[in-house]
Design a protein. Structure first.
Ligand code: P1T
Length: 388
């Protein structure tokens, strides 16, 4: 179980990003945490060792990452997993057959697939609701409900859930509130401070930031949940290798500065798209026209680089995603380079069409992961792609 040290929380977020969880390495004084590329650790005598026995259970590089991201989220414990999906699966493994989960209807397609096509077979039950609507969430809670799982902003419709209100609701009903903070990152939103019990991340995205590894994290302030997660981490074994942890740790050092540029570019592109008659609607919480803009300003300190828009039809969407040059047509998000995607056929293809359409995720929705390039170049790229 990786717990942060008191001094990991000493400083502001930008400083924590660079330093938290890491000490100069004692052997040679390397300022960068080494990659402890080992599967096991020598024991001096039976039961006597330096705190590590086997690398599925613990690894110093992994622990540095776990402490670092826990400190960024204002948590006390971090657990790293081999992917965002493995992190979410560990969270669901806290439950038992017969337990019920209330989940946001608009979550990443892979999260919906894991719940409905894997975990449901093993005895969990799920209700998918619009988590913008507190009354709908309350109505979905039944006697066997144990967990409330939300994304905010949601992927890809950029809808928000009121974390403080949900935190109060979850505490009153003894539910575990889980927030997927992949889109906002701890730079702009810290769900644990609003009452969430667990934060999950796909570290593949902004935390790593360079599109060169796959990973996931779970962060918490609760000792009881941290203990269970550590047990699951070693028992199931869906752990990341030390090199991927090292890449993610290198990524988090620049998280605060990268997010500033993602946010700057995201706002610029959202405003530009909103003013363009070729675009039917723009989904971005930083726009005053976003129906939850007021909540966004209260709950988030920035809005980031994820922007979705309605192009009008599958044909229009296809034309746009195939014509951009800087925005690469690809799954994933959160890297320094801009990506463009078509959720209905890519990230959310596993979600039934009727459910997609009910939440406005039509075949015309295009999703942008706005990178940190010069925003003038990004606008010019989109302008050309939207043209006839
Ligand atoms: O890809 P992985 O690291 O396993 O993370 C899954 C995941 C979890 N949560 C959110 C909000 C996500 O967006 C993702 C992965 N999403 C994409 C690959 C995507 O393009 O949306």
């Amino acid at each position: 179980m990786t717990r942060i040290r008191e001094h990991d929380l000493d400083h502001a977020l930008g400083t924590r990003a660079v330093h938290a969880g890491q000490e100069p390495e004692p052997l040679a004084g390397a300022v960068t945490t080494p990659i402890y590329q080992t599967s096991t650790y020598v024991q001096e005598a039976l039961g006597r060792h330096k705190g590590h026995e086997y690398a599925r259970v613990s690894n110093p590089t992994r622990e540095a990452l776990e402490r670092n991201v826990a400190a960024l989220e204002g948590g006390s414990h971090g657990h790293a997993f081999a992917s965002g999906m493995a992190a979410i699966d560990a969270v669901l493994s806290l439950l038992s057959a017969g337990d019920h989960v209330v989940c946001g209807e608009n979550v990443y397609g892979g999260t919906h697939r894991l719940m409905t096509q894997v975990r449901a077979r093993l005895g969990l039950t799920f209700s998918f609701v619009d988590t913008r609507d507190l009354a709908a969430v309350e109505r979905a809670i039944g006697p066997s409900t144990r967990m409330l799982f939300v994304e905010t902003p949601t992927n890809p419709m950029m809808r928000l859930a009121d974390l403080e209100a949900l935190g109060t609701l979850a505490a009153g009903r003894h539910l575990i509130l889980v927030a997927d903070n992949t889109f906002a990152t701890p730079v702009f939103q810290r769900p644990l401070e609003c009452g969430a019990d667990l934060v999950v991340h796909s570290t593949t995205k902004y935390l790593n930031g360079h599109s060169d590894m796959v990973g996931g994290m779970v962060l918490t302030r609760r000792d009881d949940l941290a203990e269970q997660l550590a047990f699951l981490q070693k028992s199931v074994g869906a752990v990341p290798g030390p090199f991927d942890c090292w890449l993610a740790l290198r990524g988090t050092k620049t998280l605060a500065v990268r997010m500033r540029q993602h946010d700057h570019n995201g706002r610029r592109i959202a405003e530009w798209l909103a003013a363009d008659p070729r675009v039917q609607a723009v989904f971005y919480p930083g726009l005053p026209s976003h129906p939850q803009h007021e909540l966004a300003c209260r709950q988030m300190s920035g809005f980031g680089g994820m922007v979705s828009f309605e192009a009008g039809s599958l044909e229009r969407a296809r034309r746009i995603v195939e014509r951009t040059r800087l925005f690469a047509l690809a799954e994933s998000l959160g890297g320094v380079e801009s990506l463009i995607g078509h959720p209905a056929t890519m990230t959310h293809a596993a979600v039934p069409r009727a459910m997609r359409e009910a939440m406005g995720l039509t075949d015309g929705v295009v999703r942008l992961s706005v990178g940190i390039e010069d925003p003038d170049d990004l606008v010019a790229d989109l302008d050309r792609a939207l043209g006839d």
